[in-house]
Design a binder for this molecule. Structure first.
Ligand SMILES: CC(=O)N[C@H]1[C@@H](OP(=O)(O)OP(=O)(O)OC[C@H]2O[C@@H](n3ccc(=O)[nH]c3=O)[C@H](O)[C@@H]2O)O[C@H](CO)[C@@H](O)[C@@H]1O
Ligand SMILES: C=C(OP(=O)(O)O)C(=O)O
Length: 434
């Protein structure tokens, strides 16, 4: 299996453009199943998870035409619903989290769905109750197979009121897609409302759907009988934008991040500012300034800054690993509180081996004592446990003294397109080796 070899310490410079957003693409690809007409999607990232979902759509019988590197036309006019019961579907869909969202449109359109135990990051328990209970409220019956998958069937889906147990991102997407083709009105309270869900709802409206409340946690969906084709462009990946801000700060570099989709970044830029990172915007670009040292702010009462995750518009859990690694070289202290996932902070072991001062208080909280660059991190051999920790370790390696080897880089390739080549273009010394 491939690894990255990184020689740290190079100052980086130049421009980098975020890819299309992984987690939006997974929702939008599932939504092509809502119509028998053509759906054209652009700015699709060339990454493992997305390519696996496209392969699954093809195996389901969706016609796929690739217009250029990032634009595809999909047409789900002859879907093979029986493929859902095949061993191949169970094996392949179990490799990524996003496959779980095939269930909503399949249930909406064909009244049948299978939800295999999804893959994705092993970052703690990732239950599917919100999805299944939502489908049940719309009128679906489910059985749980001992092999770990849910089988769902409905005679008819009927709109209703539901208060979600938690604002699950993929759960809300799934229920919205099923409700879009249900009869009557569905009201979802405590809905997730991140930009990617807003994009999904807007796309469904362009297909002839009737969704209001987009961007809030109260969605009202008037079901329609059929949906039509449309065109859709994926937003820039906000997690990549945050990762590149962190990369510039850690490597004491000035980098321009182009076409960031700044209006969709919510609170993300502010959290990096709280770490003392200096940057400004020019149009839709973010220019991170070169800084020898950045200093973590305190709360107004002088208390130690805490950065924690929350459902949107709170701070995304997917950037906490980056925040943590960036704090290791800042001046000052930070408490990172990862509330949603219980195994996402264990990668701090590797940062400690590199010389960072981190106290893992419990599985959810890590206290970082910033070194203020008094000592550099040192390169080591490490394995990437999940997608975001993987990139956090890569950033640490790029700022460290000496050589690092990062193993298990499939985890990084799952979500970051051609990352080695794009970092080389900024001047990074990174090689893919086998
Ligand atoms: C493919 C995809 O889009 N994956 C994203 C999606 O995963 P996914 O949709 O699987 O994540 P969910 O929103 O369902 O929830 C994530 C975890 O957080 C917990 N939880 C959730 C809400 C809450 O208020 N409190 C709470 O504790 C859940 O129990 C679960 O363990 O959203 C996550 C949360 O933004 C992101 O990390 C993932 O990158
Ligand atoms: C946790 C993530 O991905 P997934 O939900 O696909 O595992 C992520 O994108 O950070």
């Amino acid at each position: 299996m491939s690894q990255f070899q990184v020689i740290g310490g190079n100052k980086l410079s130049g421009s980098i453009t975020p890819q299309g957003a992984k987690n939006e693409t997974l929702q939008i690809l599932a939504a092509v199943l809502l119509t028998k007409e053509k759906v054209t999607i652009s700015n699709i990232p060339d990454i493992l998870d997305v390519n696996m979902l496209i392969e699954l759509l093809g195996l389901l019988g969706v016609k796929i035409e690739k217009l250029n590197t990032d634009t595809y036309i999909f047409q789900a006019d002859d879907v093979n619903v029986d493929f859902l019961t095949s061993d191949e579907f169970h094996a392949k869909s179990g490799k990524l989290r996003g496959s779980v969202m095939l269930a909503g449109p399949m249930l909406g359109r064909y009244k049948r769905a299978f939800v295999p135990k999804p893959g994705g990051d092993k970052i703690g328990r990732r239950r599917l109750d919100t999805h299944i209970i939502g489908f049940q409220k719309l009128g679906a019956n489910f059985s749980y197979n001992e092999n770990g998958y849910y089988q769902l069937e409905a005679d008819e889906l009927k709109g209703t009121y539901m208060l979600l147990d938690e604002p699950s991102v993929t759960g809300t997407a799934n229920i919205v897609m099923a409700a879009a083709l249900a009869s009557g009105t569905t009201t979802i309270y405590n809905a997730a409302c991140e930009p990617y869900l807003q994009q999904l709802c807007s796309m469904i409206n362009r297909m002839g759907g009737k969704i209001s409340g987009i961007g809030s946690n109260l969605l009202v969906i008037e079901g329609v009988e059929t949906l039509a084709g449309t065109e859709h462009r994926i937003l820039p990946d906000m997690i990549e934008v945050g990762s590149f801000i962190g990369l510039a700060a850690m490597t004491q570099s000035s980098i321009t991040i182009e076409n960031c989709g700044i209006q969709h970044l919510g609170i993300i830029p502010e959290k990096f500012r709280q770490l003392g990172i200096d940057f400004y915007t020019e149009g839709d670009n973010i220019i991170v300034c070169e800084q020898d040292v950045y200093e973590i702010q305190s709360f107004m009462d002088g208390g130690v800054l805490t950065i924690y995750d929350n459902p949107w518009p709170g701070f995304t859990p997917d950037l906490l690993s980056i925040i943590l690694v960036v704090a290791t070289q800042a001046k000052g202290s930070l408490l990172v509180h990862q509330k949603m996932f219980e195994s996402r902070l264990f990668f701090t072991d590797k940062l400690i081996d590199m010389g960072a001062q981190i106290i893992l208080c419990d599985p959810h909280r890590a206290a970082v004592v910033g070194l203020g660059r008094q000592h550099r991190l040192k390169g080591i051999t490490m394995s990437s446990p999940d997608i975001r920790a993987g990139v956090a370790l890569l950033i640490a390696a790029l700022s460290a003294q000496g050589k690092s080897i990062i193993q298990n880089i499939d985890q990084i390739d799952r979500g970051y397109q051609y990352i080695d080549k794009r970092l080389q273009a900024l001047g990074a010394d990174i090689q893919r080796i086998s």
